[in-house]
Design a protein. Structure first.
Length: 503
């Protein structure tokens, strides 16, 4: 169980944007050249240092954009957390600006407000835009425009090494990987790459990873979506019953599950959910005509129709049940309890057009100059170049074997799989389906139990003997921190401190 924790007080603010922080670190000249000292639109005082720019991958022409934010609380001892969004091909700055980063752009990108529940409150956060062509990242070599899971793992390993060369004082710090959606592919394989490529002179102190609403395989993705629709009372009983008996029951037989009749049934189901936000079924979509985001799913369009993908008809051809999303909290008798995580200021409310506000902000010339981005870049949250060139077989691959590899080697890795229960794109039901099929032994005293914040049930937990914990987050969509900022920070901090299950 969680022990009761109280959030520390709000750190003292900087006197100005370009002042020193509480960090006693000694920075390289390359790091200091990347320091962001005057961020346009930010009028509030901040209590942390931040750095942004490019990390060149050794021996290549690949230049990966990063934005590094030091922890507000105890940056000299706080762990380092690597964050990437999914897609494949979606920007880590999407998470920065709309989820757990320190800022929230206002409408039209005119200003920034502070996010009181930023994960950088308790961790040194490294946000990356990978692979190349995502966001501000670029390459001068056209041969770099072939993408797959293996290359992503190698490149992300090189990103971390390049960062640690620029910030060598972070070399011995605990490293945790984090992400969501297609990060269900990225993170386990990156963890395996780190484990398999120890460098004596350049060690990486990997402690674990946490992944939200992960894409793991096409079967769980399909079952999760349909079960999510049914659980939200969006489908007629007769239609779901036929699909359940004819298709769901054949989950071990993809030829049936993805056969003609099952595809027809799934297309009919998508007809009933048109107009809803598939990333958060109970939340509104952005309808601001000036935003350019007038319907759900804009953070990553599905790839073109093919026999192995499940496409809905008509308007819903934009969504499919193999969608590899492109953005890509205690209560009961046996539950968990945390004291208040409240801070000064109101809890941010979900804003369906936040991605549009972020796009406007990051396309400002003065912003691009301030963060040392390649000026004149047309920033978008997801890269169509990556989307259309990413290896299709990898998109449809099953990654459970990677979990088996990591958990059977007695590495002591901490693994948290968290899932917003309002998502249908990478739904909680699908995640529970594949995790239960792994048949991992449940750890003593870590069977299914509730957890929460401020005396309110926020979700449910289950822990396994191999170090994996699964946590559901009620009322959260695909990008959990965007919908439940207080609860996600509580869960994040408990994961970092390894006290999710401690009494």
């Amino acid at each position: 169980m969680f022990k009761s924790l109280r959030a520390s007080s709000v750190p003292a603010a900087y006197k100005a944007q370009n002042v020193s922080s509480s960090s006693n670190a000694s920075y390289t000249k390359e790091a200091l050249a990347d320091e962001v000292v005057d961020l346009p639109g930010l009028t509030e005082r901040i209590s942390f240092r931040q750095f942004a720019g490019y990390l060149n991958l050794k021996g290549t022409q690949k230049n990966i954009f990063y934005w590094y934010v030091e922890a507000e609380e105890n940056p000299d001892e706080a762990p380092l957390v690597f964050w990437t969004n999914g897609g494949p091909g979606c920007s880590g700055l999407f998470g920065f600006m709309t989820e757990m980063g320190p800022f929230r752009p206002t409408q039209d990108g005119k200003a920034l407000h502070l996010n009181p529940y930023s994960w950088s409150r308790v961790a040194n956060m490294l946000f990356v835009e990978q692979p190349v062509t995502v966001g501000f990242s670029y390459t001068n070599n056209p041969k770099d425009l072939a993408f797959d899971d293996k290359q992503a793992a190698e490149d992300n390993f090189q990103v971390i090494q390049a960062f640690l060369r620029r910030f060598p004082h972070m070399r011995e710090r605990e490293l945790h990987l984090s992400g969501e959606s297609y990060a269900g592919h990225y993170l386990p394989q990156l963890a395996q790459y780190i484990v398999d490529h120890p460098e004596k002179d350049a060690p990486i102190n990997l402690k674990g990873f946490m992944v939200g609403n992960p894409l793991t395989d096409p079967v769980e993705n399909t079952i999760g979506a349909i079960d999510s629709f049914w659980g939200h009372s969006l489908l007629p009983r007769e239609l779901y019953s036929e699909w359940s008996s004819r298709c769901r029951s054949q989950s071990n037989n993809p030829e049936v599950l993805f056969g003609d009749r099952c595809m027809q049934l799934q297309s009919q189901m998508w007809f009933f959910v048109q107009g809803l936000n598939p990333y958060a079924l109970d939340y509104p979509v952005c309808t601001d005509a000036t935003s350019g985001f007038s319907s759900p799913g804009q953070r990553g369009a599905p790839f073109p129709p093919s026999k192995e993908t499940i496409l809905a008809q008509g308007r819903n051809q934009r969504y499919h049940l193999l969608s590899l999303t492109m953005p890509a909290f205690i209560g009961g008798p046996a539950g968990l309890e945390r004291e208040s995580m409240s801070r000064n200021g109101a809890t941010p409310q979900y804003e369906p057009c936040q991605d549009a506000f972020s796009t406007a902000y990051l396309n400002r010339k003065d912003v691009q100059k301030a963060i040392h981005a390649k000026e004149g870049t047309r920033w978008a949250d997801c890269s169509t170049t990556v989307s259309f060139n990413f290896n299709r077989n990898d998109r449809l691959a099953f990654v459970q074997d990677t979990y088996t590899y990591l958990t059977k080697r007695d590495l002591g890795l901490r693994i948290l799989i968290f899932s917003g229960a309002d998502d249908s794109v990478c739904a909680t039901q699908g995640t529970l389906f594949w995790v239960q099929n792994m048949k991992w032994p449940i750890k003593r005293n870590q069977d299914w139990t509730s957890w929460g914040v401020d005396g309110q049930v926020a979700g449910f937990l289950q822990g396994y003997q191999n170090g994996v914990t699964i946590a559901t987050v009620m009322g959260a969509g695909h990008e959990v921190p965007a919908y439940k900022p207080v609860e996600s920070l509580a869960l994040f901090e408990a994961y970092l401190k390894d006290n999710i299950w401690k009494k």
